[in-house]
Design a protein around this ligand. Structure first.
Ligand SMILES: C[S@@+](CC[C@H](N)C(=O)[O-])C[C@H]1O[C@@H](n2cnc3c(N)ncnc32)[C@H](O)[C@@H]1O
Length: 285
C-alpha cells in the first residue's frame, strides 16, 4: 500500500519538467492553474530546433559584423584623431550597437527591468519592436551540469538552478561561486583564438542581448505565461567563430554530448512594454 503511493509521488516529482527548487515547492499550491501539461517529452518543443538555429545564426552573425565594423570605424577615426586613445574597446562593446543588431535581425529588443509583480525583483521586458509567436526571445545562460555531476555547493540558496527534462541542470546565477565556476570553465575551454562561450552575461551588458533569460519571472493566475523553455543542443555544424556568443559552458571538460542550451520561445505575439512570464512548472505525462 505504502510503496505504490511513494512510487506515484516519486514519479510526479521526476516528471516536473523544470524546477526552481525551493521556490516551486512553496508556490505550486498557490498557482496550480498555471501548470503546463505536456503529453509526451518530444511534444514539448514549440518550434523545431532548425528554427532556433536560424534565429541564433542570424543574430550572432550580425553581432560579429557590427563588432568588426565598430573596430574598423573606430580605428579609422582614431587615425584621424576623432576618437581619443582607449575608447575603441569601449565603443565596440557598446550595448546600443548590440540592441540595434537585435532589432534589425529579430525585430525586437529585450532587457532587464524591475518586474511589474510586487516583490519579484528583476524581470525581463520587450523594450522595442514586436515579438511574433514562435520566436526565440531569450536564452538561459549558465554552467551546464549533467545529471550525475555534483552541484551541491553551487545550488545552496540558489534560485537560478534550472532543471531540464533529462535531469541536466543549468546554473544561471551570476554571483558568488556560480560566477567563479562559469568563468573558470569558460577560460579552460578556449580553443586557440576562439572563445567557446560568452562570459559577458555575468555583467550588466551581455554581448549577446538574448542572454538574460534567467531573470524571466514565473507566471501567475493573473499573468499567464507568454514564453516557455525549450532545450536546444548545439549541433556539430554550428560555426566555431559564433560560439563566442553562446552563454553556456559544460562543467566538465569530458562531457561527451553536444553543448546544452535552453532558449525561451514566445507562446503568442508580444508587444513592446510587456514583461515576459514563463512557466516554472511543467508536468510531462
Ligand atoms: C530564476 S529567478 C528570477 C529572477 C528574479 N526575479 C531576480 O530578480 O533575481 C527566480 C526567483 O524570482 C522570484 N520570482 C519569480 N517569479 C515570481 C512571481 N511570480 N512572484 C514573486 N516572485 C517571483 C522568486 O524569488 C524566485 O525564486
Amino acid at each position: 500500500m505504502f510503496k505504490p503511493a511513494f512510487q506515484r509521488l516519486r514519479d510526479i516529482w521526476r516528471s516536473y519538467r523544470h524546477r526552481f527548487v525551493p521556490w516551486v515547492v512553496l508556490n505550486l499550491s498557490k498557482n496550480e492553474k498555471t501548470l503546463r501539461k505536456v503529453t509526451e517529452r518530444c511534444r514539448d518543443k514549440v518550434v523545431p530546433d532548425e528554427e532556433v538555429l536560424q534565429s541564433l545564426l542570424k543574430l550572432f552573425s550580425a553581432l560579429i559584423r557590427s563588432h568588426g565594423a565598430d573596430h574598423r570605424e573606430l580605428r579609422a577615426a582614431h587615425f584621424t584623431k576623432e576618437v581619443p586613445c582607449g575608447e575603441e574597446e569601449q565603443h565596440a562593446e557598446n550595448p546600443v550597437c548590440r540592441h540595434d543588431a537585435m532589432l534589425r535581425c529579430l525585430g525586437f529588443c529585450i532587457d532587464r527591468q524591475p518586474s511589474t509583480l510586487p516583490s519579484a525583483g528583476t524581470g525581463v521586458f520587450v523594450t522595442k519592436g514586436f515579438v511574433p509567436g514562435g520566436a526565440t526571445v531569450a536564452m538561459y545562460p549558465g554552467t551546464v551540469y549533467q545529471a550525475y555531476e555534483p552541484i551541491l555547493l553551487q545550488s545552496i540558496s540558489n534560485p537560478f538552478v534550472f532543471r531540464c527534462i533529462d535531469g541536466v541542470l543549468v546554473d544561471g546565477k551570476d554571483k558568488g561561486i556560480s560566477r567563479m565556476v562559469f568563468r573558470s570553465c569558460s577560460g579552460r575551454d578556449r580553443l586557440g583564438p576562439f572563445m567557446m562561450s560568452d562570459t559577458s552575461w555575468l555583467t550588466a551588458t551581455p554581448h549577446n542581448p538574448l542572454a538574460v533569460g534567467q531573470y524571466v519571472n514565473n507566471c501567475s493566475n493573473e499573468r499567464p505565461a507568454n514564453v516557455c523553455y525549450q532545450e536546444y543542443d548545439v549541433p556539430d555544424k554550428f560555426p566555431i567563430e559564433l560560439y563566442q556568443y553562446l552563454p553556456n559552458v559544460n562543467y566538465s571538460q569530458d562531457t561527451r554530448r553536444p553543448l546544452r542550451c535552453v532558449v525561451l520561445v514566445s507562446l503568442r505575439d508580444i508587444e513592446a512594454g510587456e514583461e515576459l512570464f514563463s512557466n516554472y512548472f511543467t508536468i510531462v505525462h
